[in-house]
Design a binder for this molecule. Structure first.
Ligand code: ATP
Length: 240
């Protein structure tokens, strides 16, 4: 039998105020796998990640993570359990240095030596950040800020990383570097990733599975290669 997926979302309904954005979404992320959620602007991709991290409450449905339903759990409890969100926008605290920003990612953990080791491990993954460790957030390039946002999330020891639009506005070389690092993390640490992207081709190039979201509903969930091969689906929902 197949092991239960690390994350299993079923019948998830959510929105803002009276407006429903996600309509009974079902989705699974197996341990150690990369799942890309793709679809047009406004499909509800960012909303989905906000509900999974607990920033936005679910109106209905279950969010099973490692066996437990976390649909109503608090954000900090989900982080402790291993669900860590990197929101769109690459937020770095402008007044803090790169090193201070990274240490923020593990602030809630008690052991300082362990935290230091985790921050150093993040520098090993992103050497560009190591070169900038005493620079302030406001002086970083877009690519450096994206790396910092991901690295800070890694310091929190995620088992599932929720990653919103990491490639937005970045040069292809930087995007390739970031995606390469994510592929490495998945291979070396078994990190599972739920990746939201406008850049469908680059997302599907690293993902095992692609989930197509349209107007808040899942219209397809298939191996990435199968999605790319389906010309009709591509034309209808992905615009190429
Ligand atoms: P994008 O890539 O443009 O962010 P998306 O697929 O991530 O698209 P969402 O940002 O999740 O889509 O938006 C889905 C719907 O929810 C849209 O109709 C949007 O207008 C609405 N929405 C998003 N955020 C809010 C909010 N804070 N308050 C009210 N409505 C919102």
């Amino acid at each position: 039998a197949q092991p239960a997926p690390l994350l299993e979302v079923s019948g998830l309904v959510a929105g803002y105020g009276q407006g429903e954005v996600l309509h009974a979404v079902d989705l699974a992320v197996p341990a150690g796998s990369v799942v890309a959620v793709v679809g047009a602007n406004g499909a509800g991709k960012s909303t989905l990640l906000r509900v999974l991290s607990g920033l936005l409450p679910a109106q209905a449905g279950t969010v099973r993570f490692d066996g437990d339903d976390l649909a109503t759990a608090r954000v900090e409890d989900r982080i402790r359990r291993g669900i860590v969100h990197v929101p769109e926008g690459r937020h770095a605290v402008a007044e803090l240095t790169v090193d201070e920003n990274l240490r923020l990612g593990g602030l809630w953990r008690g052991d300082r030596r362990e935290l230091r080791a985790d921050v150093d491990a993040a520098y090993d993954l992103f050497p560009a950040l190591a070169a900038r460790r005493t620079s302030h957030g406001h002086s970083l390039s877009g690519g450096e800020r994206q790396m910092l946002a991901i690295a800070r999330a890694l310091v929190a020891h995620p088992r599932l990383l929720l990653l919103d639009e990491p490639s937005l506005g970045l040069a292809p070389r930087i995007v390739a570097e970031i995606l390469g690092t994510l592929a490495h993390l998945r291979a070396e640490r078994g990190l599972a990733i739920l990746l939201v992207e406008q850049n469908v081709r680059s997302a599907l190039s690293v993902a095992d599975t692609g989930v197509v979201l349209n107007l808040g509903s899942v219209v397809a969930a298939r191996p990435s290669a199968a999605l790319l091969d389906d010309e009709q689906l591509r034309h209808a929902y992905l615009g190429f």
